[in-house]
Ligand binder design. Structure first.
Ligand SMILES: [Zn+2]
Length: 170
């Protein structure tokens, strides 16, 4: 019978199996190394879909200077806590310095900042013209952000009540 044959083979293999001393054991160090390697891969260091991008046009300054980078740093201050995440991957313009994280790195950033209370600044919203609403940034925001009078901002809605604002100073 097929099943019997299988069992026999397995028994044979067990007899031939190397002695315990020859079997490599998995130490906590190996597990830690593996975890670091996985984290690196998740960070896109080896596998980013943007890896082959070089000298692409920059959406901010227009020069052909956007290339893959794996040494980007994310830095943010949330309520009383400064978070710095180095070695992230994405694209960076060597001309104007503008950069964007790839999907994997964005995920890592979210994992580190997602469940932290948003130490946000309160901004007043009011009418600035027909059908238009304006948002007024308090001084503290002006102090820490690169906001200029004629700059441009790209607003990306994340949900009905949450949005991301990217600043493009003139
Ligand atoms: Zn640029």
């Amino acid at each position: 019978m097929k099943n019997d044959a299988k069992t026999e083979t397995m028994n044979l293999k067990n007899e031939d199996a190397p002695k315990a001393a020859n079997i490599p054991t998995i130490t906590p160090d190996i597990v830690e190394e593996t975890n670091i390697e996985i984290a690196r891969r998740r960070a896109g260091r080896y596998g980013s879909p943007l890896k082959n991008i070089a000298d692409a046009p920059c959406p901010v300054c227009g020069s052909q200077s956007v290339s893959f980078a794996d040494n980007l740093v994310f830095e943010v201050v949330l309520t009383g806590e400064r978070i710095v995440i180095p070695n992230l991957s994405g694209l960076r313009c060597s001309n104007c310095g503008d950069f964007a994280f790839d999907a994997d790195s964005s995920k890592i950033i979210n994992e580190h900042t997602g469940n932290k209370p948003a130490g946000g600044y309160e901004c007043r919203i009011s009418t600035v013209g027909a059908e238009k609403l304006g948002m007024y940034f308090p001084k503290d925001v002006l102090r820490v952000m690169e906001i200029t009078k004629k700059g441009k901002a790209i607003v990306t809605p994340l949900s009905r009540r949450k949005m991301m604002v990217e600043l493009y100073p003139e």
